[in-house]
Design a protein around this ligand. Structure first.
Ligand code: ZN
Length: 116
């Protein structure tokens, strides 16, 4: 991968990261987790569900943020674009679709087969 590609992915990842962080900040400002303990019992079930959904979303977001951070670090360390399993280069088309990919497509398929 040449320097131009690295700069491209670095910019892409930082833009993505900032977008998620801005959304998180917005959610905080809009009291994303407000109205949790309303006394109305009828609303309670739906609110618990809503709260759980928000927690799941927050958890997913935090994991994604961590993955983006790690990938930005990999660019700095010169490890970006290499499969973490077989150390071969990951296809650039794959990285354009999934910049945080850790595995090449072959290893990804193998790992999916192992899980299924
Ligand atoms: Zn691989």
């Amino acid at each position: 991968m040449n320097k131009k590609h690295l700069l491209y992915f670095n910019k892409l990842l930082i833009t993505w990261y900032n977008k998620i962080m801005n959304k998180k900040r917005e959610n905080l400002n809009n009291n994303y987790f407000k109205n949790i303990n309303l006394p109305d019992l009828i609303d309670k079930a739906s609110q618990t569900e809503e709260f759980n959904l928000k927690l799941i979303n927050t958890d997913r977001e935090n994991k994604l943020i961590k993955k983006i951070e790690n990938t930005i670090k990999k660019i700095k360390d010169g490890k970006f674009g290499y499969c973490e399993y077989c150390y071969n280069k990951i296809n650039i088309k794959r990285l354009k679709i999934q910049p945080i990919a850790k595995l090449c497509i072959d290893c990804k398929k193998i790992s999916e087969n192992l899980i299924n």
